[in-house]
Design a protein around this ligand. Sequence first.
Ligand code: NAD
Length: 426
Amino acid sequence: MPFEFPRLTRRGLIATGSAGLLTAAAGPSLAMPGPSPVDTGSVQGGRVTFPNWRGEADRPSAPPPAPLPPSERVGFAIVGLGRLSLEELLPAFGECKRARPVALVSGSPEKAALVAAQHGIKPSSVYSYADFDRIAENPEVRVVYVVLPNGLHREYVLRAAKAGKHVMCEKPMANNSAEAREMTAACDAAGVKLMIAYRCQYEPNNREVIRLVRSGAMGAPRFIEATNTQTMGTGDQWRFRKALAGGGALPDIGLYCLNTARAILGEEPVEVFARVFNPDGDPRYREVEETVSFMLRFPSGTIANCATSYGAHESKDLRVRLEKGWINLENAFAYEGQRLRVAHREGKNEAVETIRLSQENQFALEIDHMASCVAQNRTPHTPGQEGVQDHLLMEALYKSAETGAPVALAPTPARDATRGPAPDQS
Ligand code: NAD
């Protein structure tokens, strides 16, 4: 029998006294059936919740987000209004629950004024690079988010720490491990938090791969295969200048392969090997490399084979081959379009399952993580040490490519030694 709403009359309303029907008395039209509690939902523990309206066979819809009121969110200053800031980060703040943009730092007054107006940021909270240090006097700014070319990260992280602000810094952390260590030490000395924006460690599909591998249910991982390639346009951009970029494809996009392999296993490589390739005569690759193929050997025996290039069509995939199956995450390192598949034996058959997780903005998740760490005085999941370790490993990879020989590294005793507690994404 299909469900039928009770017929709504004034007498019926008084007689039933039902909460749902009484709501209707104050509703927009007495002529219409009023909403039932299934549709109005209720407020519980500071959030609006709705009962599940779907059948048992379907997954329930995600609950409405429960953002903090703007005045209670942690204020961020964005340093550098380039593509990442304008195309991804500022839009992602619209999906943040605990963070909000309150200041901008830019070398272009016209662009800064326009962006500030678009995002409701006060003109008095727009700074130039020259007067950036005045940010110390702005109590609304709790976190400075450095989104400049890599070679400028060190200077702005140091200046932010000196201003007494917590710091979030884009990847790669710096141009090399010496700079990265200096940044970590400066933040420690100033008593401020430092988080490196390794967005994939907050992205739900990547987190599910980590969970699946670490659960042990699929046996030991033997191989990790990670590829991050794209093609590049004009040579007149900072990514081709070593002083501004630190290197080529490896620190820019190959870093995701390296960082993800480490994050999946929680171990550190004990041996690395790399080959670098540059196309003959291409002026873009006079200072930085185009293509790197590299291998990481972990103490448990897992091998990671990784490839990165500025000269191969976009491909950002991850595969883990384990004793009892494989996990394939298509578009693992992309901003969107992740597709997670898992294969294992099922009786006489091979089962290949597609796992569809709820879509979430990974930039909003990582920004909210930093906001929570500041509000609750916790260590970020990807602190400065995580960035230092990647720089040490990239230096070992470049050394291997230079000498043509593998480079051995001292074993690290503790698992996840460079990470803070896993993010709470509930
Ligand atoms: P971009 O070139 O689009 O923006 C860089 C900004 O820095 C511009 O506004 C530019 O005007 C400013 N700038 C100041 N001084 C500069 C100088 N001397 N030379 C060049 N630009 C200067 O770069 P982007 O893609 O936004 O990258 C910024 C940072 O974010 C880099 O560290 C990059 O690695 C990182 N990034 C991270 C992701 C991610 O997915 N997490 C994606 C893209 C970029």
